[in-house]
Design a protein around this ligand. Structure first.
Ligand code: 13P
Length: 251
């Protein structure tokens, strides 16, 4: 399966910095392995500019969030139709920061995924356990329950268009990445849960790892058979480390 390196820029980079990061990645992308899909997710105000800047290149643009409704009185929100109208191709949903600070639930995430699929935008669905859940050895159950609630209502054709990102919350922004074994065990578990939806789904859905993934530890993580790339925070904010990750994913 083709690997994906997706950069989640979170609430970083102003207009000029976002443009410079995209240009830096594009300048380096000539000699990068072609069998890796490259995605970056800037903040909302810079998405349209990012799409324009990357026209005709291999770099794809994603959003970090979306609202499930088609339109309406939802002050401060952005719809899938708005994203689609400017050419956004991916959208992160269910990130642990949205779950933590905005109490986003898997039921809401399921609605967002449905809206994105109807608009032809690929959802990057984030799941992952918190530290106390890992310590209580409940991580497989927690992720299984998240997936059931968010993905359980979709059919085979829909699920085949989803990307999953396993992001253990204790690894995000902490410098403490999951070990290759921990990542592989969870990714294999996620894949086995997908198997209940049919082997076409199992084979089609990329499962990315996220959480303190950087050039130093990526080779080991990306070598795991069920790790199909990464959803990268901090290390995606610099063109050198982002493109290094693309290179490692292509090895
Ligand atoms: P870090 O790579 O900074 O740990 O962030 C991971 C993440 O949350 C990506 O969505």
């Amino acid at each position: 399966m083709k690997k994906i390196i997706a950069g989640n820029w979170k609430m970083h980079k102003d207009r000029a910095e976002a443009a410079a990061l995209i240009d830096g990645i594009l300048q380096a992308s000539g000699d990068l392995p072609s069998d890796v899909d490259m995605v970056v997710a800037p903040a909302f105000p810079f998405l349209a500019d990012a799409v324009d800047r990357t026209k005709g290149t291999r770099l794809r643009i994603g959003a970090q969030n979306v609202h499930a409704a088609t339109h309406g009185a939802y002050t401060g929100e952005v719809s899938v139709a708005m994203l689609a109208s400017i050419g956004v191709q991916y959208c992160i949903v269910g990130h642990s920061e949205r779950r933590q600070y905005w109490n986003e639930t898997d039921a809401e995430v399921a609605k967002k995924i449905g809206a994105l699929l109807r608009a032809g935008i690929k959802p990057i669905y984030c799941c992952g356990e918190r530290k106390e859940e890992r310590l209580a050895e409940r991580h497989f159950d927690v992720v299984g329950a998240q997936m059931k609630e968010a993905l359980g209502g979709f059919n085979e054709a829909e699920l085949k268009r989803i990307v999953i990102a396993y992001e253990p919350v204790w690894a995000i922004g902490t410098g403490l990445n999951a070990t290759a074994q921990q990542a592989q065990d969870m990714h294999a578990h996620i894949r086995s849960l997908l198997r209940t939806h049919g082997s076409a789904v199992t084979d089609a859905v990329p499962i990315l790892y996220g959480g303190s993934c950087k050039p130093d530890n990526a080779a080991e993580l990306f070598a795991c058979p069920d790790v199909n790339g990464g959803l990268i925070g901090g290390a995606a904010l610099d063109p050198g480390s982002y493109t290094a990750l693309v290179r490692i994913a292509g090895e």
